[in-house]
Design a protein around this ligand. Structure first.
Ligand SMILES: *[C@@H]1O[C@H](CO)[C@@H](O)[C@H](O)[C@H]1NC(C)=O
Ligand SMILES: *[C@@H]1O[C@H](CO)[C@@H](O)[C@H](O)[C@H]1NC(C)=O
Ligand SMILES: *[C@@H]1O[C@H](CO)[C@@H](O)[C@H](O)[C@H]1NC(C)=O
Ligand SMILES: *[C@@H]1O[C@H](CO)[C@@H](O)[C@H](O)[C@H]1NC(C)=O
Ligand SMILES: *[C@@H]1O[C@H](CO)[C@@H](O)[C@H](O)[C@H]1NC(C)=O
Ligand SMILES: *[C@@H]1O[C@H](CO)[C@@H](O)[C@H](O)[C@H]1NC(C)=O
Length: 330
């Protein structure tokens, strides 16, 4: 009798294990060492913002973790899309890059604000000569993107940076721009981007082929600061918020969301009160494109990889619905 029970128990354990592996698609014979995983210490906010209605999963963890990114990709369907919208055909590059990171946490241990007020600071020329710095710094979470500098522009855009989205062609290479309190988030558009991160973190030689323009050859951020954005966020931006088609005609370049819209989508997933942001002034092609440097709007207008019209319509819509306030208005 006892022998039977033990046998039944053992086969139950075995079955459970096999089912578990099948369900989560893990390899039965080899389990990778689990080092970096999500800590469940996120402060939960009980209020649900109005913009949560735009999303399928509001408090979605936006950063990939080495321990479970494949499992979550099959759960959320990211294994059915290629970069930048999923991990299909690039899972190995994701795994390599993630293996060199030290954390996938959203906020650090000192974080004690459950409901976050956020501001997404665009790089647009509308910020030029405005003195919004102090107002921007008063938000709990400040999201910036690419190489929009804080140094030398504190009065216009503030000093603090919680998150900064980047990709290899747009990241700072001068270490003076690194703020140790910033979490730098790689938005991967192509397998090269993940390979580039892995090469930089292992001290290997950087292969600069296959980039839109020359990528940075050094990384100013330390491994503890770096995260990889879940492609689910970029997919939500493209297909759910901007309503991009899944296939484009052969004679057209496929359109992808700009980093600005990706930043807003990220904010929608981690913020709880209104978002503040900025937008480009398209009525004047000679007006400055950025609050820094000398580029003008006409440069953006020529961009074949983005659909600026769709993005402007989306911004107009979320401002009208009061999901986002326009800080440059007053
Ligand atoms: C910003 O201010 C400077 C100096 O006051 C001025 O020369 C420049 O034209 C202004 N730029 C814009 C875009 O208003
Ligand atoms: C980083 O954060 C710590 C703790 O909040 C603060 O004391 C320090 O001044 C910050 N450093 C920078 C460069 O902002
Ligand atoms: C946008 O451009 C128009 C046309 O040049 C100008 O009248 C307007 O003041 C600009 N708005 C901002 C916020 O710069
Ligand atoms: C922008 O133009 C000004 C004046 O023409 C020049 O002094 C400055 O170096 C330029 N800045 C950049 C980043 O090219
Ligand atoms: C851009 O988006 C607008 C609005 O959704 C759409 O009407 C237009 O066809 C799109 N253009 C391209 C080139 O995809
Ligand atoms: C935000 O305000 C500025 C200044 O009034 C304006 O140029 C811009 O178009 C506004 N943005 C939107 C999306 O309404």
């Amino acid at each position: 009798m006892r022998g039977y029970l033990v046998a039944i128990f053992l086969s139950a354990v075995f079955l459970y294990y096999v089912l578990h592996c099948i369900l989560w698609g893990t390899n039965v014979y080899w389990m990778p060492p689990v080092e970096m995983k999500r800590r469940n210490k996120i402060q939960l906010c009980s209020s649900k913002p109005a913009f949560a209605s735009l999303l399928r999963f509001h408090q979605f963890h936006p950063f990939l973790c080495a321990a479970d990114f494949k499992k979550l990709a099959s759960l959320y369907g990211s294994d059915k899309f290629d970069l930048p919208y999923g991990i299909r055909t690039s899972a190995e590059y994701f795994r390599l890059a993630l293996s060199k990171l030290q954390s996938c946490d959203l906020f650090d241990d000192f974080d004690n604000v459950p409901c976050k007020r956020c501001v997404v600071v665009g790089n647009g020329g509308v910020l030029k000569n405005k003195t919004l710095g102090e107002r921007i710094d008063s938000y709990d979470v400040i999201i910036r993107m690419n190489n929009g500098p804080v140094l030398g522009h504190e009065e216009e855009v503030g000093r603090r940076t919680t998150f900064r989205l980047f990709y290899p062609e747009s990241v700072f290479s001068d270490p003076k721009h690194n703020d140790p309190n910033t979490t730098a988030i790689l938005t991967a558009f192509k397998p090269h981007d993940l390979k580039w991160l892995w090469e930089l973190l292992t001290g290997g030689k950087i292969n600069t082929n296959g980039f839109w323009k020359k990528p940075a050859l050094n990384l100013i951020y330390k491994p503890y600061q770096i995260r990889i954005l879940d492609p689910f966020i970029i997919r939500t931006a493209a297909y759910e918020l901007l309503n991009f088609p899944k296939v484009f005609p052969k004679n057209q370049k496929p359109k992808h969301p700009t980093t600005g819209i990706i930043a807003i989508t990220l904010a929608f997933h981690i913020c709880h009160e209104h978002l503040a942001g900025f937008r480009y002034n398209f009525s004047d092609l000679q007006s400055p494109l950025h609050y820094y440097g000398n580029a003008t709007m006409s440069l953006m207008n020529k961009n074949a990889y983005h659909n600026v019209t769709a993005e402007q319509l989306f911004l107009k819509d979320i401002i009208e619905k009061n999901f986002v306030i326009n800080l440059t208005q007053d």
